[in-house]
Every structure is written in C-alpha cells, then in structure tokens.
Write a protein that binds this ligand. Sequence first.
Ligand SMILES: [Zn+2]
Ligand SMILES: [Zn+2]
Length: 271
Amino acid sequence: MSGITTETPTATDHRERYESVVAELRLKLEQMENQLLENGASGREPPGIYDFHTHTFLSDGVLSPIELTRRAIVNGYAALGIADHCGAGTMARAIEETTSEAELAFRHWNFRVFAGVELTHVPASSVAELAAEAKRLRATHVVVHGESPVEPVEPGTNLAAVSCPDVDILAHPGLLTAEEARIAAETGVFLEITAKDGHSLGNGRVYALAREAGADCLLNSDTHVPSHLLTAEFVRTVASGAGVTEEELGLILRVNPERLIERIEARQCEE
Ligand SMILES: [Zn+2]
Ligand SMILES: [Zn+2]
C-alpha cells in the first residue's frame, strides 16, 4: 500500500511541477524580450525596406508608379523612392506625375513615396545645373547615374555628382576614386550599393572606399521590373556581398535612409 501512495502524485507534486513549468516559461520570455531589446538598440533588425532608386514606365521601367508602390508595400517596404531616368526635357513631366501618385499613396495608404529623378547619361558638366533645376521643380531627391563598370557613362560624372549640393545619391559609382569618396564624405552625397546586376560589380570597391573615407552609403534596388524589388533577405545578401558587416547593417539599411528622409522633409518644410 505504501508503494502505491508514494507513486501517486499528490497535490503538492502537481503544484511543484506547475511552478517549475511557469518558471521555465518566464525565463524563456525574459530571454526573448532581451533579444528584442538588443536587436532594437543595435539597429540590426530594420523595421522595413528603404529603396530610393526605382523606375516606372515614365522611363524604362514596366510598372506604373502606383503599381510599383503597391508591390513595394507587399514586399515590406518602409518607404519607396522613385527616380526615373531624366534629362533636361523630361524631368518636369516625371516629377509632376510621380508626385501626384505619391500623394495618392500617402492619402490612402499612409505610405511614403518620394518623387525624385535619376539624371542619366547627361553631360558631366551639366549635372549641377540639372540637379538645381530638378530641385526647383520639387523633386524630393536627385540621383545621378554614376560611372558604372558596365556602361559608357561620361568620365567626370562621379566627380560632378559628389561635388554638387543638389545631388542626394550617386548611384552605382563602380569606378569611384578615393578622392571622390572623400568629397562625398564632406558634401554628404550618399554613395549607392546597388542590387542591380551588372552595376553591382563595383559594390565591393565602392563600399571599401566609402568606409575608408567616412562617406555614407545607401542600398537601392534600381528596380525596372517587379522581380527587382527588394526583400528583407535579399537586402542582407547584397549588403554582405558588398562587404557590409553585421554591425554596419543598421547604419546602411535604416539610419542612413532615415537621415535622407529627414533631409527631404526639412527641405519640404522650407518650401
Ligand atoms: Zn542608373
Ligand atoms: Zn536607375
């Protein structure tokens, strides 16, 4: 009889077991909370994707600005920048049309779309005047199509872009020099790490020179078709392929994009 008594769980046994399970769960919860706090503090987990360089059918992309926006939201974007290829005669139309789509997205989806331009294959000596004109026409940001390793962009374009106060981003500047990176660090022009095939051949060089000079980088997709839009996973792959370390990810993927947005919003307040 006594054997049966000791083997049958008593109320005290149940309570002890219950308390140990609760204690275990509490510990796990605490560990998860600490992990979340740590990630938030170090900026390792960005809240969404930022991408300031995409194309629509206003240049050589295939989507309308609003469809591109919808697809970006579905991909988990925090904000989207549209920067269609422009020259002197095409920028007014692109800025106006993209701006009205951006306003629509903000009113109905509370989603931020920035209506910029990408000055593409324009004479290097015209970059400053065209960038100023784009800003006068209320482009939110000016991207310059940089000296990529895969296109015959006019030499001097990278230098003109990093030297110009109206330029915000020098895109895919694969043939960047140390001197141009140093100037970008001074003027605050962001240097682009690109997810676009071909242009991305220069990413390693660009990031190494930017880090050395203390210039700020952004990661953009240069989307032309829906499959080019970034995903959280692909962003990390492209960044690490460029040489961005785990510790630097938060800076490139969240802090620098938010700084560009602050700059854009400060300009909008002045207008
Ligand atoms: Zn480009
Ligand atoms: Zn582009």
